[in-house]
Structure formats: structure tokens, C-alpha cells
Design a protein around this ligand. Sequence first.
Ligand code: MN
Length: 192
Amino acid sequence: MAFDLPSLPYAMDALAPHISQETLEFHYGKHHQAYVNNLNGMVEGTDLASASLEDVIAQAEGGMFNNAAQVWNHTFYWNSMSPGGGGAPDGAVGGAIGSAFGSYDAFRTQFVQAAMTQFGSGWAWLVDAGSGLEIMKTANADLPMAHSAKALLTVDVWEHAYYIDYRNARPDYLNTFMDSLVNWDHVAAQMG
Ligand code: MN
């Protein structure tokens, strides 16, 4: 059973002008597809050839872990954004963020700070660590499930996520992510 590239949950131009069709053509169409292709090549003929993606992540090391985790991370990232998203959440998610961080503005500041200070490639996350909501950052392909935490939201801070649209300006990409892209319905579904 080979792994498939999941469909994007919106059209290639749906996040423009915040994230361009060109970025998605490369980031989804080339990078995410390459992680899927690499993973399929690596699991073929091994004990993990018919395992779930989560089981591969739990059991693999080195390149197989990196490619499996990047397949999972990118699918989660696409679902962490939506056209017309961003801004402060209401409902249960807004309440949980207020309880954990004091206010949405305090959360926003801490999340952007985590994403800004991830040196080099990686990810920033909102997670449920079992004792409440927390912010986490991970390097390269690393992800919350490898640290006994449940992912609720992520932003990709590899340069390939923003270089076409924002060049080296990671802060501009992160501010746009927070204010115009975050899919709070996805966060609510994860908290379910
Ligand atoms: Mn990426």
C-alpha cells in the first residue's frame, strides 16, 4: 500500500494574495509530493510497507522518519489554513486559548515568537500536551506526536514556505498567517 499525496482542502489560488498559487505549486506540488515519493521508495519491501503513516513515524528513524513526518506535517499545515481565516477565534477554542495564555493577543505574541526563533528550518505548533494548551517549536521534520503531545495548529517556517511570496521576511509571513489564514475550525476539530 503506497502513501498518497492528500488533496489540498482548497484550490491552488484560494489563499492568494497571502500565499500565492506559485508557492502552493512548489510547496504542495513539488515538496510535499517529493516527501510522499521518497517515503514510498523507503518503505517498499520493509516491515513498514503496509503500516499507517502514524506507525511509520513512531517506528522509523533517520530519513524514513524525516520523510514520513514531513508528509504528516504538510497535510496538517494545509488544514491549518483556510481562505478568509485568521484573527481571534471565538467559541470553545477562544475560551481555551484565553484560559491557557491569558488572552488571544498574548497567545498570538508567543506563537509568533516561537515561529520567529526556530533557528533554520522547522515548525511552530499549538498543542495539547495533556495538561492544557501549549506552544511548541520543532526543528526540521520533528513533530508533537514524537513528544507525546497532540497537534492542534501548525505553521511551516522552512524558507520554502514563504520565500516566493515574502523573500526573507519571516515576520511578514507569520503576521499574515495569524491575521488572514489560521483555520480555527480545524483547531476546534482537533480539540473535539
Ligand atoms: Mn514545507
